[in-house]
Design a binder for this molecule. Structure first.
Ligand code: HEM
Length: 529
């Protein structure tokens, strides 16, 4: 035993005598994780969250969340002598006076954007591969909570500097709160501590941004990861992989090394962006005054779809019993996002209700083998993308020489017409890909080699695929549709017949598939290539 090993052994023994950690560590450090690049997406979220905590803590040392009026006397000449809030002035100071301050501000902002991209792409991977199915529904719901919190946290973050852009965003948030029927105006008054903009809002959202939400994030992320640990990670189908095992590498040393390295890659990319790519240059926007709005005001991307929905709403308002209901804000600002997020959170339950599949799933789906799910995902993405585009309607209009009206009508029509088209096209694409898989299994790979037959006919030579690949393309399940009875044995309609009918219909649509190649078919065709 070398001296180093002896010292390490002594330290480990000392800790184990006092904590009993050895047994736990032995069991857990050898835990096996499956390997796939898409499993790194959750890690990107995790690492950018750590970067946000570190860079955000740095910013709190200098940021002053106060609406006290001050006269700017810093080194940025164009704003010298201007009256502004201490919040805005301190953000200018972080940018121009504090050593490394601008770098930290930019790292913090880039990390927030990467965090949100990470969350959305991670969600898409979980959705399109069916990783949310039993037993992982709770983790899906926690994930939807994290996504929602991320959007709110990011919005509060870029609202803090009290520059013209952030003030414009807060004004929209105030309008959305006010749009709540009956209680809205009271709630807005309560949140702002009086009339807009007031002195209370920024100090309040500061506490929520640096204390309350990060605390909830930490708690939720911890539970999220504990559940991944406890339920084990899903894996893609492959040789030796079943619903009952996990094929991969142990945590120690393989994943420890990989995860450690990946953290520094994420940190490196974020720091590089913070160093070279300017983001949120608040000194160009100027301090917030309610009477002004800058041209081309854009929210951060994860809020853009919401802004886009509000921008495309027609001017609908009703007045009754002394109250005004602004449907043009209420529907796009609260009702639609409410429906979207509730639908997202409940999706695992809706799918298992529609398919009648209540079993556990640890093997992932290829998106083409779940055409309905994939098509619903494409439909939701199209809706969000059209809304997001409209969130930048002014920029797009000026860049492409269009009018705002053209953009608005494109998105008003597009947001209704394009999602169903996306659904149909995606479902057809999935079925075509299934057909291609079936052909590949039965007829083999096209080699590109043409042979002229004695009859003069040209045929392309096909090469059989390996048994492993054939298994991979045929190992998925094809669920039969539900056949819930609508009538009893005497031919009388049962109670719940309508529900059963709807469920049968959805289930039938869900079960549409190109029958996968069977072993018998393959054997019969052998030698015919
Ligand atoms: C702060 C945000 C989040 C963090 C830090 C995070 C972190 C992680 C990590 C590290 C994993 C394991 C690796 C992987 O599968 O990528 C994971 C798995 C998972 N996450 Fe997240 N996640 C976040 C948000 C979300 C969201 C928004 C959803 C969905 C709405 C979600 C649903 C899931 C599910 C269902 C699993 C299990 C996947 C499986 O076993 O295949 N997570 N998460």
């Amino acid at each position: 035993m070398t001296a180093r090993e002896r010292i390490a052994g002594n330290v480990a023994g000392y800790v184990d005598d006092r904590t009993g950690a050895a047994k736990w560590m032995k069991k857990n450090l050898t835990k096996v994780f499956p390997d796939h690049w898409s499993f790194l997406l959750g890690e990107i979220c995790l690492y950018s969250f750590v970067i946000l905590l570190l860079s955000g803590t740095f910013l709190t040392f200098w940021f002053d969340p106060s609406m006290k009026e001050v006269v700017y006397d810093g080194s940025y000449e164009p704003l010298k002598g201007l009256e502004m809030s201490a919040a805005y002035a301190s953000t200018l100071d972080i940018s121009f006076e504090v050593r490394g301050g601008l770098l930290m501000r930019q790292i913090h902002h880039w990390a927030a954007l990467i965090f949100m991209v990470g969350i959305v792409v991670h969600l898409l991977r979980v959705y399109f591969t069916g990783a949310f199915r039993k037993p992982r529904e709770f983790n899906w719901i926690i994930g939807v909570g994290l996504l929602t919190l991320g959007i709110v946290e990011g919005f509060l973050g870029y609202s803090l500097p009290d520059d013209l852009l952030s003030g414009t965003g807060i004004r929209i948030a105030e309008a959305i709160i006010q749009a709540l029927p009956v209680v809205g105006s009271y709630l807005a008054f309560f949140a702002f501590g009086g009339a807009f903009p007031g002195e209370a809002f920024i100090p309040r959202i500061y506490t929520v941004h640096v204390l309350l939400l990060p605390g909830i994030f930490l708690a939720l992320i911890t539970v999220h990861l504990m559940l991944v640990w406890y339920q084990k990670h899903t894996q893609f189908p492959g040789p030796g992989r079943t619903e009952k095992n996990v094929v991969g590498y142990p945590l120690m040393p393989v994943y420890m090394a990989k995860a450690g390295g990946f953290f520094f890659i994420v940190f490196g990319v974020t720091a590089f962006l913070g160093a070279v790519a300017s983001i949120n240059p608040i000194w160009l926007y100027g301090p917030y005054t309610p009477g002004q709005i800058s041209a081309g005001s854009q929210p951060d991307w994860y809020m853009g779809w919401l802004d886009g929905l509000v921008r495309m709403a027609p001017p609908l308002e009703t007045h009754a019993f002394g109250y005004t209901v602004s449907w043009n804000i209420l529907i796009p600002g609260l009702i639609l996002p409410g429906i979207m997020f509730t639908g997202l959170a409940l999706y695992p339950f809706i799918e298992s209700w529609a398919t009648g599949d209540k079993r556990e799933h640890h093997l992932l789906d290829r998106p083409r083998n779940a055409p309905n799910r994939t098509a619903i995902g494409a439909m939701a993405l199209t809706f969000t993308l059209v809304s997001l585009l409209n969130g930048g309607n002014d920029i797009i209009a000026t860049t492409f020489d269009l009018t705002i009206n053209q953009m608005m009508w494109f998105s008003r029509i597009g947001v209704i017409v394009l999602p169903p088209i996306a659904f149909v096209v995606t479902k057809r694409l999935c079925l075509s890909l299934q057909r291609a898989d079936r052909d590949l299994v039965l007829h083999g790979r096209e080699t590109g080699r043409l042979v002229r037959m004695p009859s003069g006919e040209f045929v392309e030579v096909h090469e059989p695929i390996s048994a492993e690949k054939a298994w991979l393309l045929t190992s998925h399940e094809q669920l039969a549709p539900l056949e819930l009875p609508e009538h009893d044995t005497a031919g009388v309609r049962r109670p719940g017949a309508i529900k059963n009918k709807i469920r049968n219909r959805i289930s039938r649509a869900n079960a549409v598939a190109v029958p996968k190649a069977t072993a018998t078919e393959r054997r019969e065709l052998e030698g015919h290539h």
